[in-house]
Design a protein around this ligand. Structure first.
Ligand code: GDP
Length: 182
């Protein structure tokens, strides 16, 4: 078990957030790492990461979550962002069909830059905006199945399924890593 100050953990997993600008990546990030939500869209540019240590499958996992912090607007995500990432949360906005259509482009970006074994989860965010929904759950579900991704819908605003999304991807990573070290 690694020791960092008072914190102890068995594994350190890097997970990156990707997807179009405005889909809610920063808010999923802050909801999971600090339990905060921000109504204003941030204009800060530059990669940001934060960590949260939690129990996954009976082990302490330090999740290091990376947020693009707006860099995708300039298509300026560098390969360093993806380096060492074991998981990717590919986010679209359920009220914005274009953000779902662009998932294909993000998948290509991942396949070009990330490790071939990276675990990818598709996330449809903003489910609280029920009256504005523009992407059907079934369409995203079948796309995810076709591409071999796991899939979940979330609301960073209402904190719905946010912990579950992170827990699920961390557990998937753990299962792959623990198999490898057998
Ligand atoms: P990013 O550009 O992908 O990092 O997106 P942000 O996290 O900055 O969010 C963009 C906008 O969508 C902000 O105004 C957020 O307050 C809003 N937003 C993010 N998540 C949700 C959500 O789950 N529900 C609603 N209603 N708004 C959200």
């Amino acid at each position: 078990m690694a020791r960092r100050g008072e914190e102890e953990y068995d594994y350190l997993f890097k997970v990156v957030l990707i997807g179009d600008s405005g889909v809610g990546k920063s808010n999923l990030f802050s909801r999971f790492t600090r339990n905060e939500f921000c109504l204003e869209s941030k204009s800060t540019i530059g990669v940001e990461f934060a960590t949260r240590t939690l129990e996954v499958e009976g082990r302490m996992v330090k999740a290091q979550i990376w947020d693009t912090a707006g860099q995708e607007r300039y298509r300026a995500i560098t390969s360093a962002y993806y380096r060492g990432a074991l998981g990717a949360l590919l986010v679209y906005d359920v009220t914005k069909p274009t953000s779902f259509e662009n998932v294909t482009r993000w998948l290509k970006e991942l396949r070009d830059h990330a490790d071939a074994n990276i675990v990818i989860m598709l996330i449809g965010n903003k489910t609280d905006l029920k009256h504005l929904r523009g992407v059907a759950t079934e369409d995203a579900q079948s796309y995810a199945e076709k591409e071999g991704l796991s899939f979940i819908e979330t609301s960073a605003l209402e904190a719905t399924n946010v912990d579950k999304a992170f827990q699920t991807i961390l557990a998937q990573i753990y299962r792959i890593i623990s198999k490898k070290s057998l």
